[in-house]
Design a protein around this ligand. Structure first.
Ligand code: GLA
Length: 398
């Protein structure tokens, strides 16, 4: 009797260990927010093809983006066209005549990583075949193609449970055996920050960034303009960390003639938020300012800081905000964010700013101007231009 009990206990133990081993995401990936480029914002469905993807990989290297940390080249929707009789995905060979594996090889040959897109439902958002019912076949195919990153969307999922659907693909990827960064694109509808820590490495927290926002002389963007997306990240900071990031969508820097001040502020806030930095502009014909913003090393270092803390708001005066991002070694990033359409005058009174874990004296380095402006013993009167930012790195003085 005793031996039977012991035996069944042992069996239960083995089973639960096996289940745990197979039900997990790949650990050790995306320890800092992923950086790369995704085709959607500039090329959508119509414009994407293998030439574009290859040229973008070339441009990522030639424009210096690779040197500052951008690494993933991700094809978004519209690379797939159907399924064969065995259920395997068929590549749209008008757009991708050489096939996906050879494209992945090309991207890898540039020292970059390769990403792809699918959807948890029956169809992708652009109406191409989704992965529902074919999760393992798709995961095996991606592994065979040497894919490094999967963005997994949420269209045509009527009646599906988000957690179950995303876990199904997580497990399929794990079973297929190739470490793949898993990017959930569920738009925040089912609060993935509350459950996706063990499922994926990043999760969208919002609907799409507004690419059709127009600059009409005052505020860029309507619908979900980038600064509205910032508001939607408030309170989510506790869910972010190495290997698990809130994703307020890809960058709109360099798209639709976003003015330089807006682009600088948008990029800075994504850095403060430890958001994934996925460029969405055409890297082949960036203007000088766009390139300078996207490759601003001092800001990227804030985004990529190993501590992996998401920034949070410490002051909100309506149109003027102050954000803090804790950094490793006790350093602190501070961003003064003027949301207004006119310049803001602000006196930085260090002791009144409610900066967390702030004590003693720090050197203040202005990251966009690349210069030390003094120490926190002195208060500063600042003028922050309309729809723009100032970002400081505070380093403790011994
Ligand atoms: C959804 C996603 C976008 C993009 C498109 C592709 O809208 O949120 O980021 O992937 O689908 O169809």
């Amino acid at each position: 009797m005793k031996t039977i009990k012991l035996k069944s206990l042992f069996l239960v133990l083995i089973l639960s260990v096996t289940c745990q081993i197979s039900a997990q995401k790949f650990e050790g990936l995306a320890l800092t927010p992923p950086m790369g480029w995704n085709s959607w914002n500039s090329f959508e469905c119509e414009g994407v093809n293998e030439t574009v993807i290859k040229e973008m990989a070339d441009a990522m290297v030639e424009t210096g983006l690779k040197d500052v940390g951008y690494e993933y080249i991700v094809i978004d929707d519209c690379w797939q066209i159907g399924r064969d009789k065995d259920g395997y995905i068929i590549v749209d060979n008008e757009k991708f005549p050489s096939g996906i594996k050879s494209l992945a090889d090309y991207v890898h040959s540039k020292g970059l990583k390769f990403g792809i897109y699918s959807d948890a439902g029956t169809k992708t958002c652009a109406g191409r075949p989704g992965s529902k019912g074919f999760e393992l076949k798709d995961a095996e195919t991606y592994a065979k193609w040497d894919v490094d990153y999967l963005k997994y969307d949420w269209c045509f999922t009527e009646g599906q449970d988000a957690q179950q659907s995303y876990k199904l693909m997580r497990d399929a990827l794990y079973k297929a055996g190739r470490p793949i960064v898993f990017s959930l694109c569920e738009w925040g509808e089912n609060k993935p920050w509350e459950w996706a820590e063990d499922v994926g490495h990043l999760w969208r927290t919002t609907l799409d960034i507004d690419m059709k926002g127009r600059f009409d002389g005052d505020i860029w963007g309507n619908l979900i303009g980038w600064s509205d997306l910032v508001d939607m990240q408030v309170g989510l900071e506790k869910y972010a960390g190495p290997g698990q990031w809130n994703d307020p969508d890809m960058l709109a820097v360099g798209n639709k003639e976003m003015p330089e001040n807006e682009a600088r502020a948008h990029f800075s806030m994504w850095c403060m938020l430890a958001a994934p930095l996925m460029a969405g502009n055409d890297l082949r014909d960036m203007d000088f300012n766009t390139q300078q913003i996207l490759t601003k090393k001092e800001l990227i270092a804030i985004n990529q800081d190993k501590l992996g803390k998401q920034g949070f708001k410490i002051i909100d005066n309506g149109t003027f905000e102050v954000w803090q991002k804790p950094l490793s070694n006790g350093e602190i990033a501070i961003c003064l964010f003027n949301r207004d359409i006119k310049n803001a005058h602000y006196e930085v009174v260090w002791d009144n700013m409610k900066i967390k874990d702030f004590s003693g004296d720090y050197t203040v380095h202005d990251l966009w101007k690349n210069k030390n402006i003094g120490t926190t013993k002195t208060n500063f009167k600042m003028e922050i231009p309309a729809r723009d930012v100032m970002v400081f790195r505070l380093t403790k003085n011994e």
